[in-house]
Design a protein around this ligand. Structure first.
Ligand SMILES: [Zn+2]
Ligand SMILES: [Zn+2]
Length: 333
């Protein structure tokens, strides 16, 4: 099989991943072996590539939005068959016994493992997944369209839940990349009024096309006080801008695995029981619920496909902000 392997983090511009030929994988007793048909490119992959997110192990094959077909089934697995379509997302495993797992918050499990960070991921022609963590993909989506839903979509959905936004509420989205593009479609489905702040003129136009009520820059304040806001931009000053736009009792959900410093801000921005919460990973329930909603809306994904061998180029274009929608790697284009 072939895999894009990261041996040492470096700037995307230096093309740090190498396409290597390695022995075919074998599934463990509780695992599935998938042939990879599509793997979405996530900003987290870029942060891992460039070392902003510290590697858990090296070398590593990144990629955690995988859609593939089951090629082999581990001896102890009952409910999957060869040929089934399966998805692999960021959460690669959790212990199932700790207090977080028992409360349904497996995203907080101290022993959680992550695809493309702890386990080799889907920038490859094959991947293994613990069968309990493999996901069924609704028929409404083809492989390319489904891939970006598995992380960007699911974490956007979790961010909506963490933000506490209710149907019909006033929601701010700060930053408008692949994840926000999917979150706005859920929010509009819930009849929320959506206010979008982003630096990019092109992203503002896209937000308006997807039903945003108002668009502006990070330095502009939405015309109404918001019930909730989600920040997608990996910049601490955007978090303060979002806090500034909140109504009393509102919540800012920070959708970022890595963030630079949050600048000092006056306490009055947090006063009146405003909350600031991070969004950490996703649970299987988040992904399943989101896929169901995505099929019902139905959510449209804008995808730019790259051959696996051009994975470095896809990440360079993501770093340059030159991807419309989501980049997806495919075995052959
Ligand atoms: Zn991701
Ligand atoms: Zn656990």
């Amino acid at each position: 099989m072939q895999a894009l392997r990261l041996d040492r983090p470096a700037l995307a511009a230096t093309a740090p991943m190498r396409l290597v030929d390695v022995a075919d994988l074998l599934p463990g007793d509780d695992e599935l072996l998938l042939r990879v048909d599509a793997c979405g490119v996530c900003r987290t992959d870029l942060q891992l590539l460039e070392g902003d997110l510290a590697a858990h192990r090296l070398p590593i094959v990144p990629g955690h939005q995988v859609v593939g077909r089951v090629e082999r089934v581990g001896r102890g697995v009952g409910d999957w068959a060869v040929g089934d379509r399966a998805g692999v997302a960021w959460l690669g495993g959790a212990c199932g016994r700790c207090p977080a797992c028992l409360e349904g918050r497996e995203n907080l499990c101290p022993d959680a493992t992550f695809t493309g960070w702890d386990r080799d991921g889907g920038y490859a022609t094959q991947v293994t997944v613990r069968a309990e963590f493999a996901l069924r993909i609704p028929d409404e989506f083809d492989d390319l369209g489904a891939a970006p839903l598995l992380c960007g979509g699911a974490i956007g959905y979790r961010s909506l839940r963490i933000s506490g936004i209710r149907p019909g509420g006033r929601l701010g989205l700060f930053g408008f990349g692949a994840s926000a593009l999917l979150a706005i479609q859920v929010a509009r489905h819930w009849d929320c009024d959506v206010y979008v702040c982003t630096r990019s003129e092109r992203e503002r136009e896209r937000a308006l096309r997807l039903g945003a009520r108002w668009v502006g820059g990070y330095d502009e304040r939405p015309p109404v006080a918001l019930d909730a806001a989600i920040t997608f931009a990996p910049a601490g000053d955007v978090v303060v801008a979002a806090l500034r736009a909140l109504d009393r009792g509102g919540t800012v959900a920070v959708n970022a695995i890595h963030l630079d410093r949050i600048p000092e801000f006056p306490y009055e921005l947090l006063w009146w029981e405003r909350s600031l919460r991070s969004v950490a990973n996703v649970t299987r329930r988040d992904v399943r619920e989101f896929l169901e909603i995505a099929a019902a809306v139905p959510i449209r994904t804008e995808v730019e496909a790259f051959p696996l061998a051009s994975g470095n180029l896809a990440l360079q274009r993501l770093a340059a902000g030159a991807i419309d929608g989501a980049a997806v790697l495919v075995a052959d284009v």
